[in-house]
Design a protein around this ligand. Structure first.
Ligand code: NAG
Ligand code: NAG
Ligand code: NAG
Ligand code: NAG
Ligand code: NAG
Length: 464
């Protein structure tokens, strides 16, 4: 168990050397560091002619189809796609097994990035859908090549409504990314929506952020994103901020391509917002937007948290790109300033889980908080806290930058499990008290569970 270090010699030393302090003071180490032996060669991006990047056949065929929840409650869906040859139609035709065909009209956007010119990017919101219903939909309606897909709307929001989320972070477009996506798809637990914790295409690793790699990524993930909603979080690889080539508008490609229903949760920016899905209230935060006091993001979060009705949505989950607790020697303490700002709020409102990416590895924390911090008191050590969330880093989707395998030693007490392997996770909410969480490393296929835990809700069963 972790003890509060009041009166320790560390009392007047700043938090930034916390880990060193713990180790030099001779505390015993934390949870499990898995030494699983894995191949360590760098992940390679799939080549432009890879099967997963193939352009669908037919003149002006819709490509890069993806959907995301289109409102606060799950009765709306935003359908997006790209046509390359000409603008074509932004209409979506949709129908249920038994119902009549309906149409919804969307809009087109395009953008330029350095010498790249995007195709016609279509966004169309389907509204007033029935819950828990399978819808077929067709894009390219009335023009040239049409394509059909389907999705199932989430069930009506309610406290004991079961729902299974997939968790994918830092996916990229390597052969490992392809395995991660395939394992998620095959996972028999049956994910119904993906919580994506940011860093999608890694197009910015190419010269001049070659946005063609945004298009290939869109085609690669279509086999999942066209059929179930992905809830988007922005990461540093969505910034595409490149003043050296005149690209000074942060998030330009991402915001043109991946719309989110931010207005539905009274947000003023697509980079922070929330959605309710089944028994969960999902809050998306932006590590790369201002989060100081009085900033729009902070004001929104302060207004949003008291609105969460735990009798309706018992599970309160936060997504953010840069982790607040991370014991790898990569991006070490990059999330610290945001943690200092927001952790007291998350503890006050008893958030259940915080998922992050950024670090290309896996880590799960104990249920801890570090909010007593005062520069004068020196109380700056994470302590066990039943009101605090568990923090999970799931930045192990498989991108081109490779694995983070250098860890701080010894493992800090707040770190329950860590392993440098690629994979994905699932969160299966059973009812208002119980949720089963599991992490699957890619080397084992999708059936083996490398880390798993039952989470108990902070409101309805606030003890572990
Ligand atoms: C990607 O994975 C899919 C599904 O397993 C497979 O069909 C496809 O051939 C893979 N592509 C590459 C380039 O590895
Ligand atoms: C594409 O559709 C438009 C509108 O229906 C039509 O005018 C055009 O001839 C079609 N082009 C091709 C190559 O089929
Ligand atoms: C919270 O949700 C419950 C269950 O849906 C409902 O009865 C109650 O009125 C809601 N409370 C508020 C303040 O909206
Ligand atoms: C691991 O990270 C530490 C701290 O940044 C560094 O001193 C050390 O050289 C790294 N080890 C390896 C094997 O890269
Ligand atoms: C909630 O789900 C857990 C796990 O499936 C189960 O053990 C428990 O009995 C359920 N609670 C209720 C009230 O049904």
């Amino acid at each position: 168990m972790m003890k509060d270090g009041s009166g320790s010699a560390a009392a007047v030393v700043c938090c930034s050397v916390l880990i060193l302090l713990i180790s030099s003071a001779g505390f015993c180490s934390g949870g499990v560091t898995s030494r699983f032996v894995r191949k360590l060669e760098e992940s390679q991006d799939m080549p432009l002619d890879a099967d997963v990047f193939r352009v669908p056949p037919g003149y002006n065929a819709p490509q890069q189809v993806h959907i995301t929840q289109g409102d606060y409650e799950g009765k709306g869906m935003i359908v997006s796609w790209v046509t390359q040859d000409e603008a074509g139609s932004s209409t979506v035709t949709y129908w249920t097994e038994t119902g009549k065909k309906k149409v919804a009209n969307g809009r087109i956007t395009t953008y330029k990035y350095y010498t790249y010119k995007s195709g016609y990017i279509h966004h169309c919101t389907l509204k007033n859908l029935q819950h828990n219903t399978k819808y077929y939909y067709e894009v390219g309606t009335g023009q040239n090549t049409t394509r059909q897909f389907w999705f199932k709307t989430p069930p009506e929001v309610g406290p004991d409504v079961p729902f299974t989320f997939g968790l994918i972070g830092d996916l990229g477009q390597t052969y490992d990314s392809n395995s991660t996506l395939a394992h998620y798809e095959k996972n028999p637990i049956g994910g119904q929506a993906v919580l994506s914790v940011g860093d999608l295409s890694y197009a910015d690793n190419y010269p001049n952020h070659d946005n063609v790699r945004w298009d290939t990524w869109g085609r690669f993930v279509e086999r999942s994103t066209a059929y179930q909603p992905w809830i988007w979080t922005t990461g540093n690889h969505e910034l595409d901020y490149a003043p050296e080539i005149g690209e000074t508008k942060p998030f330009k490609p991402f915001t043109h391509r991946y719309p989110v229903p931010y207005k539905a949760s009274d947000s003023t920016s697509p980079h922070w917002y929330s959605v309710k899905i089944a028994s969960a209230h999902i809050i998306v935060l932006s590590s790369y937007s201002a989060y100081g006091k009085y900033t729009p993001q902070t004001q929104w979060l302060q207004d949003e948290l008291p609105k969460v009705n735990r009798s309706e949505t018992p599970w309160l989950v936060v997504l953010v790109h840069s982790p607040w607790y991370n014991s790898y020697n990569y991006h070490y303490m990059e999330g610290e300033t945001m943690r200092v700002m927001y952790e007291p709020l998350l503890v006050k409102y008893k958030v259940d889980l915080v998922f992050a990416g950024h670090v290309h590895a896996y880590e799960r924390s104990e249920r801890i908080s570090n909010i007593a911090y005062r520069i004068v008191s020196g109380d700056c050590r994470p302590v066990n806290d039943d009101n605090a969330p568990v923090y999970i880093t799931i930045g192990d989707g498989g991108n081109i930058e490779g694995l983070a395998n250098n860890m701080t030693e010894p493992q800090p007490e707040y770190s329950a499990f860590r392993e440098a392997s690629f994979g994905h996770a699932t969160l299966s909410i059973k009812n208002r008290t119980h949720a089963y969480y599991s992490w699957h490393r890619n080397q084992d296929g999708y059936k083996v569970v490398a880390d798993s835990v039952w989470f108990y809700n902070r409101i309805w069963r606030p003890y572990d």
